[in-house]
Design a protein around this ligand. Sequence first.
Ligand code: FMN
Length: 247
Amino acid sequence: MEVMDLLRERKSVRTFLDKKIDDDVKDLLYEAAFEAPTAGCQMFYSIIEVKDERKKEVLAKACDSQMWLTKAPLVLVFVADNRRWNDLYRAYGLKPREPRLGDLWLALSDANIAAENMVIAAESLGLGSCYIGDVIERHEIVKDLLELPDEVVPACMLVIGYPDAKAKDRSKPRRFAKGYIVHQDAYHIQSAADHKKYYEGHFIKTDKEIDYKDTLKKFMEFKYESDFSKEMSRSARLYFAPFLKDE
Ligand SMILES: Cc1cc2nc3c(=O)[nH]c(=O)nc-3n(C[C@H](O)[C@H](O)[C@H](O)COP(=O)(O)O)c2cc1C
């Protein structure tokens, strides 16, 4: 498939066929992740393949009780890894400094970029995937379950499998128009009128009247003001704390 067609057609998959992913296909997915750009070619990430059914259950529950993800044949947690290089330095008797916020930022970028390469490769191999951002929540549970040292922080979780008919039929959510997203030379704060133009233009028009304010209010309450969103920030603060110590 042409890359642009593939990108246009890719959509998140949350329901899977009961079909295993062969090891050679899995290896291609890992290869795709490893070929992604990476800061200084250091691959500041690790990937934890969660096979243990009990662990999958605990993770799904920790991720705002998204129990559907336990049905995915492949569950991967991409972690920003500021530990491996420092252990390597120490293996040669070197004394590296403690990792700091900038290191974590780079490592989170590395992990997410590698994950996205895998998403695209999965699509090209007839597989579907879905990111699970909620893996940032429940610091205590996830850290303990995956035995994460302080220098290793979850970036994202990916669930991958062969899409079932329901997943294939689901229509892909529309994106905002280019004018709302792309700025020229500097960040341009948009007017209330522009926000409304882009938000309302984003809906497919039918005969049914849309109450945009009410729709947006419900969205805000469901996402931005939700308990899971607050839990995410509480948990993120705990992951970040070891990187914020004084130099
Ligand atoms: C960082 C990130 C976190 C996400 N977390 C979740 C999640 O926890 N659960 C879920 O079902 N989908 C999750 N998604 C998938 C998005 O909901 C999805 O990408 C978005 O609605 C656009 O739909 P599409 O991927 O089908 O184009 C996440 C996506 C990203 C990029």
